[in-house]
Design a protein around this ligand. Structure first.
Ligand code: BG6
Length: 486
């Protein structure tokens, strides 16, 4: 988050022809790199992947992606690619291939006058991460005349044991201060704003606790299905794909204590403490679901098991709802409800802080169950902003109450927000680790999910376009509540 000028560097992407690089990373890389002072003298991109491709063929692939993403006009994109981008084929990734890569990297740095600062960005499937880290380390690429940074995409491991193992391997070659574990939610402007919102406003922070808050709801809902990612998703499911990373990140930022400074380590220390304070999840606190056929925007859509590439008997969950308890002075007794799913009734990410009801109520009763409680809804996407619902007197002779909403919308105040990847890439280029997940954080997050992963129940079907199985509503009903409609 702190900005310093980026130093000249070579940016290597592994998985350079893959979907993540071509669809998401490249347009953001272009936006960030094209804005750097010094142009090609300060930033070179070397794409690495298995298949043999010439530089020209790789640039043509990248040009198509940049144009498809409307990232730049053709001439500007082409100029940038010709000056700054080249390709190296890694074949089967054996020791000789890595030795060849090292020779190419050193020659490129010499030719272009780069000082040996390198980013290794692993935009790879989970099973390719360890071999690549090993290849980099054993070939000596982790050492250079400048600094090195290793960037790893999620999912980081597939459970606690595999995350610990991967961290050990990484630390053999790259100390933690060089490691950037990506969770793209942390790059979203509205997610970063959680810290400012909480710690720059006395108004909210002073009521942010068990005395004033009844419960917190965190919803990350998507209306899209599994799309073309069945091969990945059917192995992973919503717990690993979304809860372990994005939802637990939102939980830690909502529940954490005030850090002693904005320093990356202080913030991450507080986030880890929240994960360590979570009570073990009991079976009755978990609801898993899987979407069945239904309608999205009035169009019929198939069920998960009918999607191309999905096992027709798959038991992979596409929906999760959880009730979590943070065992701390601040939160004891205030549940945090989390839910996420594919093919739900809409695309929305929101955090709802539902305050307690006044202890004595002497106004006329109204029909809606929770009308007397204030509610703060922080919408992270779309329509980024927040709404505070308050009770007011309806004008007139009688005392009659009405709920009004105070709104703030980012778009109205500031126009469109930067893409999360642009923020994260700038931070990588500048060496700021605040928005990246630390080794102990990722391990603790897996630990939280261990009991659920080890005894996963069969997911309950829910129709596409709904808000998940009815059992998810029952989690809140235990306390007399219901999920706040997005
Ligand atoms: C990714 C998950 O990390 O986040 C996807 O792998 C999911 O399954 C995506 O669709 C959601 O991100 P966003 O930014 O669209 O909310």
């Amino acid at each position: 988050m702190a900005r310093g000028p980026a130093e000249p560097q070579l940016f290597l992407v592994f998985g350079a022809t893959g979907d993540l690089m071509q669809r998401k990373l490249l347009p953001s890389l272009y936006a960030v790199a094209a804005g750097l002072r010094g142009g090609p003298k300060s930033f070179r991109l070397l794409g690495c992947a298995r298949q043999p491709l010439t530089d020209a063929a790789y640039r043509a692939l990248c040009l198509r992606s940049l144009l498809a993403a409307k990232a730049a006009p053709r001439a500007a994109a082409k100029r940038w690619l010709d000056h700054s981008v080249s390709y190296h084929a890694l074949g089967d990734g054996g020791p000789e291939e890595y030795a060849g890569l090292r020779a190419e990297v050193e020659a490129l740095e010499k030719r272009t006058g780069l000082p040996g600062n390198r980013v290794y960005y692993l935009a790879l499937p989970e099973d390719a991460i360890a071999p690549t880290v090993y290849g980099l380390g054993e070939s000596g690429l982790h050492e250079s005349l400048g600094w090195t940074r290793l960037v790893v995409e999620k999912p980081f491991g597939s459970d606690h044991a595999s995350a610990v193992k991967l961290n050990r391997l990484i630390h053999r070659y790259f100390p933690e201060r060089e490691v950037y574990r990506i969770d793209h939610y942390l790059g979203k402007e509205t997610v970063q704003n959680l810290l400012v919102f909480r710690f720059a406003n006395m108004l909210f922070e002073s009521v942010w606790n068990r005395d004033r808050v009844d419960h917190v709801e965190i919803t990350v809902a998507e209306d899209l299905g599994v799309e073309h990612r069945a091969g990945y998703y059917d192995r992973v499911g919503a717990l690993r794909d979304m809860v372990q990373s994005h939802l637990l990140q939102l939980l830690t930022l909502t529940a954490m204590e005030v850090p002693s400074s904005l320093d990356a380590e202080q913030i991450r220390n507080e986030k880890v403490k929240v994960l360590r304070s979570l009570e073990p999840i009991r079976p009755e606190d978990v609801v898993l679901g899987q979407y069945a056929a239904g309608r999205i925007d009035n169009e019929p859509v198939p069920g998960y098991r009918e999607e191309p590439g999905v096992d027709p008997r798959s038991r992979t969950e596409t929906f999760v709802a959880l009730a979590l308890q943070v065992h701390s002075w601040r939160w004891h007794g205030t549940p945090f409800f989390l839910r996420t799913g594919k093919r739900l009734g809409g695309k929305v990410t929101q955090i709802v802080v539902r305050f307690r009801e006044p202890p004595v109520w002497f106004f006329p009763e109204r029909s809606t169950a929770d009308i007397h409680a204030n509610r703060l809804t922080i919408t992270l996407q779309p329509d980024e902003g927040f709404t505070l619902s308050i009770e007011l007197k309806k004008p007139g002779d009688e005392i009659a109450l009405v709920t009004q909403r105070l709104h703030f919308q980012y778009a109205e105040a500031f126009g469109p927000l930067a893409d999360a990847y642009q923020t994260l890439l700038s931070d990588i280029l500048e060496g700021d680790q605040t928005l990246f997940v630390r080794a102990d954080e990722v391990e603790e997050a897996w630990k939280v999910l261990n009991p659920v992963l080890s005894r996963k129940a069969r997911p309950i079907p829910y129709p596409a376009g709904s808000w998940g199985p009815p059992a998810a509503a029952a989690l809140l009903r235990r306390g007399g509540h219901h999920w706040t409609a997005p």
